[in-house]
Design a protein around this ligand. Structure first.
Ligand code: FAD
Length: 437
């Protein structure tokens, strides 16, 4: 009987354990992706654009191996079981995932498939080390990064699996609609000119370029906002167009790869936290007694990059125009919202999720809670001095000037604090709050 491989955010053919295990069974394989409105209705425009390109690319790769990609629209579980009925499939394979949504989907799939006599098997594929594989003595997951990183680095990561060469769809099933038809107009208008094309081929090209040209300078330049010297592989990892294991192995072999590999461990860290605490998007991981304020105008100014604090506005405007923000700017803008304006981190999560191409529940919520002091930071009361951050990580103000046109003519230290300039720019707002250096 055929095996269905239900793709979710593992949109690749290389090093794909669920797919490889299906191929090993020597029966027809039905690769399936379901465009589920429960996810796509809330997804950022740039994410939809990435997804439709990644699906087109995946279909090409599967066809090249003799198979194809069946594309359906609707509720993922219902459609997967419908395809199982149409093809007589006896098994469904998928990559295990961690969000509350993924956990509920998996539980339903197991239950409803069992009632039809269909087996469901989950495989690793979304992280380098699967959540739950590393646990501290006396706990079910790591709550602090440094010990996790030590255990993660010395763990024997799984070996890579072979790419499928000979696929065939069972007779009588066709691939159905194309990614363009299934998405209609979604994800085609209002996109950033700087956005990256989605798909495994493009992602692999970016990874190759990063390892040969970028990685060597990462340690020195990763926090330099104007240099933009990070990999920008986050969306490729988020959609699984890159295998996390293959990526980590390739970087580990790079002479200067260690500090970058550490970032991949941060990604795994937040995933294992989310697996253990699926409410991460809605509840404090470590409840903290904070009096959150309500201030719609301040929230709107923050979202629009009109706070009057140049380094914050530069980050927020980068997000609006590119669907991406530098990690250092994400920390600064998040600290401004939660520590200075005292607005709830959930507002930040929602806004980032609505715009980031790499928007991901575990990484977005884990990092927001970290900055807000309700997450895994061992120093939850740490204070971010935003002016100092601005001077340190954008010393010439080049990042600010790139994103905040009204300040382009300011010189020297005024770029970081225009309210102190002899003649502050008339078209730039005064700071929303006193940064009290
Ligand atoms: P690089 O510096 O080149 O890092 C390589 C990879 O490591 C990244 O692609 C990413 O997969 C991973 N990584 C790096 N830093 C982190 C981190 N702190 N936490 C988890 N993984 C990390 N990352 C997301 O992928 N999706 C999100 O929704 C997201 N939301 C964030 C929200 C806030 C408030 C903050 C502070 C950080 C957030 N991050 C998120 C983490 C980080 O900012 C991005 O992964 C990074 O900026 C992406 O750029 P890059 O690929 O050039 O990163």
């Amino acid at each position: 009987r055929p095996t269905i491989v239900l793709f979710t955010r593992d949109l690749r053919v290389r090093d794909h354990p669920a797919l490889a295990a299906a191929v090993d069974r020597d029966a027809p394989v039905v690769p399936l992706f379901v465009v589920d409105p429960a996810i796509t209705a809330r997804a950022a425009r740039n994410r939809i654009a990435y997804l439709r390109e990644a699906l087109a690319d995946l279909r090409c790769a599967l066809r090249a191996a003799g198979g194809g990609l069946v594309l359906r629209r609707g509720d993922t579980v219902r459609e997967a079981l419908r395809v199982a009925q149409e093809t007589g499939a006896g098994r469904i394979h998928l990559s295990a995932d961690v969000s509350a949504f993924a956990a509920a989907r998996s539980a339903r799939l197991h239950r409803e498939a069992a009632a039809m006599g269909v087996e469901v098997a989950e495989f690793p594929g979304v992280t380098v080390v699967p959540p739950g594989d590393l646990v501290p003595a006396g706990g079910d997951h790591y709550k602090v990064f440094t010990p996790y990183w030590r255990a993660w680095e010395s763990h024997s990561w799984r070996g890579m699996v072979a790419e499928p060469r000979h696929l065939s769809l069972p007779a009588g099933i066709d691939e159905g609609i194309s990614p363009d038809e299934v998405f209609g107009d979604a994800g085609v208008g209002g996109l950033s000119a700087l956005r990256q094309r989605g798909g495994e081929q493009e992602a692999r090209r970016r990874l190759g370029a990063w390892l040969s040209d970028g990685c060597a300078c990462y340690e020195r330049l990763h926090d330099d906002l104007a240099a933009a010297a990070t990999s920008r592989l986050s969306a490729d990892l988020r959609f699984g167009c890159l295998s996390p294991v293959e990526t980590a192995r390739a970087a580990r072999d790079h002479p200067a790869g260690r500090s970058w590999v550490r970032q991949l461990a941060w990604r795994d860290f937040h995933h294992q936290v989310t697996a253990a605490f699926p409410d991460i998007a809605v509840r404090d991981y470590r409840p903290r007694d904070v009096q959150w304020h309500t201030d719609e105008d301040a929230l709107e100014a923050w979202r629009d990059g009109q706070t009057g604090v140049p380094i914050v506005d530069a980050g927020m405007r980068q997000l609006l125009s590119e669907g991406f923000m530098h990690n250092r700017a994400r920390m600064i803008t998040a600290a401004f919202l939660t520590r200075h304006l005292r607005l709830h981190w959930r507002h930040g999560v929602a806004h980032f999720h609505a715009l980031l191409t790499d928007g991901d529940i575990a990484d977005n919520c884990g990092n927001w809670q970290w900055v807000a002091g309700t997450g895994n930071d061992t120093r939850p009361n740490r204070r971010f001095n935003l002016l100092r951050q601005s001077r340190r990580f954008d010393p010439e103000g080049a990042y600010i000037r790139r994103h905040v046109a009204e300040l382009a003519d300011l010189s020297g230290a005024d770029i970081h604090a225009p309210w102190r300039a002899r003649t502050p720019p008339a078209d730039y707002p005064k700071p929303l709050t006193d940064l009290g250096e």
